[in-house]
Design a protein around this ligand. Structure first.
Ligand code: ATP
Length: 388
């Protein structure tokens, strides 16, 4: 069991920019934390510094309160699972799993017990005599995890462990790893570039960009309250739609307006927010499920987004419409229906779920703080008099 504390951790490879800059993170005992971000954002470098595979340029790394910056990797009580499995090809599954314990001179009977137990937990007991080349990708990854489990580490580190697996197996393995973590109760840090993996696996998610931690929070907190446009666009699939326009005061109250584009009268609950912002450029964010949902259709006064359907993705449980309007392309998640390419649509919006971002800084503008009480009291459904 371990608590991990990163205070102002930075990594400078000496090539002009920091790979990781001033990372602050506390990982609680038994927590599953996912580092996520696009390629090159510094997530593997951060993981490698925790593992002791990469030197820390600045800051302090503490495990259970003990400064570990200069502690060799082997003494950190950490086990790592890599994307490429890193199994020894000439050793059987059992020998691969036993190897690190043998190096540590653990007694043979104890090694045997731990290997059998890990194999049972991972459902690979029948594979113990096989060589890695005789295994499927998913089985190899299970062996790699087994090799980490037998060490009984305080901290598990995973570096994109599912990247080499096909889509179906990834889903299965992600459930298995989460289930395993639940049963073992160890602290885990998991690196991925896949936001779905991050959302489904993490107790908390750390979103990184260009070496900087952007936001650290629970998955739904990040989804519902992204701190900026980058996080809003990175977390969620299909991605949030962004519309650049103006907050404008009209005879009917405040509106979001694009010259020659969309015009949305803002509901009453957003009037105070708009008043506080004042007229000027702003970016509107709409998640696909906010456009054309069954709930939005039930509101006769919902503002509508107009566009023409370019692509239809009928997935069964939901349908994605990729639409074009004069100034923007956007995606809507709608119900199954009689949609057709080239069709002109006017899809209702759930006006309780709008996001706004500062047009210059891309920082989220805090609508909720000003409107939460009203939004809650109105249960998210707007009547005619809801709009100004
Ligand atoms: P990916 O998902 O592609 O693995 P990542 O988010 O894990 O990306 P890192 O591998 O941590 O990113 O790299 C962060 C930055 O540091 C990148 O700009 C990368 O080019 C740089 N970098 C990584 N390792 C080294 C190194 N050994 N020497 C110099 N620069 C490096």
């Amino acid at each position: 069991m371990a608590h991990l504390s990163l205070q102002g951790i930075s990594k400078d490879f000496g090539n002009g920019s920091f790979a990781v800059k001033n990372a602050q993170l506390d990982v609680e005992d038994g927590e599953f934390v996912v580092l996520v971000g696009p390629s090159g954002c510094g997530k593997s470098t951060l993981l490698n510094m925790i593992a002791g595979l990469e030197e820390i340029t600045e800051g302090s790394l503490k495990i259970n309160g003990k400064l570990c910056n200069d502690l060799p990797s082997k003494d950190r009580d950490i086990a790592m699972v890599f994307q490429n499995y890193a199994l020894y090809p000439h050793m059987s599954v059992a020998k691969n799993m036993a190897f690190s314990l043998k190096l540590r001179k653990v007694e043979k009977s104890e090694i045997n017990r731990r290997v059998q137990e890990a194999a049972r937990v991972l459902d690979i007991s029948h594979l113990l005599d096989r060589l890695p080349k005789e295994l499927s990708g998913g089985q190899r990854q299970r062996v790699a995890i087994g090799r980490a489990i037998v060490r009984q580490p305080s901290i598990f580190l995973f570096d994109e462990p599912l990247s080499n697996l096909d889509a179906k197996l990834r889903v299965q393995m992600r459930v298995e790893i989460r289930d395993l973590h639940h049963r073992l109760g160890v602290t885990a840090i998991y690196v991925t570039h896949d936001q779905t993996e991050a959302m489904t696996m993490g107790d908390r998610i750390v979103v990184m960009r260009d070496g900087l931690i952007q936001q650290t929070a629970k998955p739904l907190e990040i989804y519902n309250h992204p701190v900026n446009r980058f996080v809003a666009g990175f977390i969620g699939s299909p991605a949030m739609n962004f519309f650049e326009g103006q907050l404008a005061r009209t005879d009917l109250g405040w509106a979001f307006h694009q010259p020659k584009g969309i015009h949305l009268s803002l509901p009453k609950i957003l009037q105070a927010f708009a008043e506080a912002q004042g007229e000027g450029p702003i970016t509107l964010g709409l998640r696909p499920e906010v456009i054309g949902s069954a709930q939005a259709y039930r509101d006769p006064n919902a503002p509508k987004l107009h566009g023409k359907i370019r692509v239809i993705e009928p997935l069964g449980a939901e349908t994605y419409l990729y639409c074009d309007s004069e100034t923007s392309n956007w995606t809507a998640r709608v119900e199954q229906g009689d949609w057709s390419i080239g069709q002109n649509v006017a899809l209702p919006l759930l006006s309780t779920r709008l996001h706004f971002f500062d047009a210059k800084t891309d920082v989220s503008l805090p609508i909720e703080q000003q409107t939460n009480a009203m939004a809650t009291s109105q249960m998210g459904i707007f009547n005619e008099d809801t709009f100004a």
